[in-house]
Write a protein that binds this ligand. Structure first.
Ligand code: TRP
Length: 327
């Protein structure tokens, strides 16, 4: 049977891009597979500016996950550092990972450019830690975005190398690309992302949501209300594919015939987003009032994860000669 593992950096509250691109898929996967979802707080330390809000971000993320439909009875949810075996495995795997492989990784080169004064050792080892996350649980299905493909390729290379030196131990992890198309930010130019501040949080209030939607860029060539618009270049229209699929034809017609203005269309989209997330927001609020429940979910997740982790680490240490073999 295949096992799903996904790691998510604790960047705080989910936005529409995270939701449509990843979490929706996580929820669907738990119906068919054994799933492990991990909040990778140690990975977050590689880019230092994120760490002061780490605890708050972790809780926000779990709340969002639960409210979005991840079910602790079906999925294991835990915080990476709560199962410290991963750091031990990271050290062990680092012994079979050529440095040249790591220096070639595109995200490393990017980060090194972004934070030239903090090109730390952990940043180089980022993909080794990610590989450790995956193989500690012998996971083989990894739901990721395209940006993570080089990391997964490297994970497979490390796995192959380990298996060929020490004997078959880990399955080769395969990426599971979700079908969710790229979600652009309110600027209509770049991928929705918190760091670009072009995002809309799914837990935002209806008023905040409307405000953000009203800031969305539509067809830049449509300046006057009586001018026909071009839905195919309009990000509001694109977003309506997710939140108002039944209205697409009408919006297209009215926009291209200049009977629907951009402001009006944005008001419509705002309402649709608000009603789409209303049940989510309700559940989130209820759970936020019970902080001890979040602790319980994370403690139970860590317990389950630790069990698998201990087993794997023991096998690895035996194979690498750090422990006498049991059989
Ligand atoms: N590197 C991933 C990201 O930035 C996060 C991550 C850490 C991860 N460990 C993982 C993803 C294991 C999948 C599997 O999004």
């Amino acid at each position: 049977m295949s096992r799903v593992f996904a790691g998510v950096r604790p960047t705080g509250k989910l936005h529409i891009g995270n939701y449509l691109g990843a979490i929706k898929n996580f929820v669907a996967l738990q119906e068919q597979h054994e799933c492990i979802y991990c909040i990778v707080d140690i990975h977050a330390l590689t880019t230092l500016e994120e760490t002061s809000k780490l605890q708050e971000n972790i809780r926000d993320m779990v709340l969002d996950w639960l409210a979005a439909g991840l079910d602790p009875k079906k999925s294991t949810m835990f915080v990476q550092s709560h199962v410290p075996q991963v750091t031990e495995l990271h050290t062990l795997l680092s012994m079979v990972t050529p440095l040249s492989w790591l220096l070639r990784v595109p995200t490393f080169k990017e980060k090194a450019k972004q934070q030239p004064r903090n090109v730390n050792y952990g940043l180089v080892g980022y993909p080794v830690l990610m590989t450790s996350d995956i193989v500690l649980y012998k996971a083989d299905k990894i739901p990721v975005g395209e940006d993570q493909l080089p990391h997964l390729e490297l994970a497979r290379e490390i796995v192959r190398r380990f298996n060929s030196i020490f004997g078959p131990t880990f399955p080769e992890p395969q990426p599971e690309l979700s079908e969710a198309p790229l979600v652009l930010g309110i600027d209509g130019q770049q991928k929705m992302s918190k760091s670009l501040n072009n995002h809309i949080e799914i837990a935002a209030t209806p008023e905040e949501t409307k405000k953000r939607v009203m800031m969305m860029v539509t067809d830049p060539q449509r300046i006057y209300r009586h001018q026909p618009g071009r839905p195919e270049v309009c990000n509001v229209y694109r977003m309506e594919h997710f939140f108002a699929p039944r209205d697409l034809e009408r919006v297209h017609f009215e926009c291209t015939h200049a009977t629907l203005g951009c402001v009006q269309n944005k008001e419509f989209l705002g309402e649709q987003i608000n009603s789409y997330f209303a049940p989510f927001r309700q559940r989130r609020q209820e759970m936020a009032a019970r902080p001890e429940y979040i602790d319980e979910v994370l403690a139970e997740g860590a317990r389950r994860a630790s069990k698998i982790a201990e087993e794997t680490l023991r096998e690895v240490k035996e194979k690498m000669g750090l422990m006498p073999r049991r059989s």
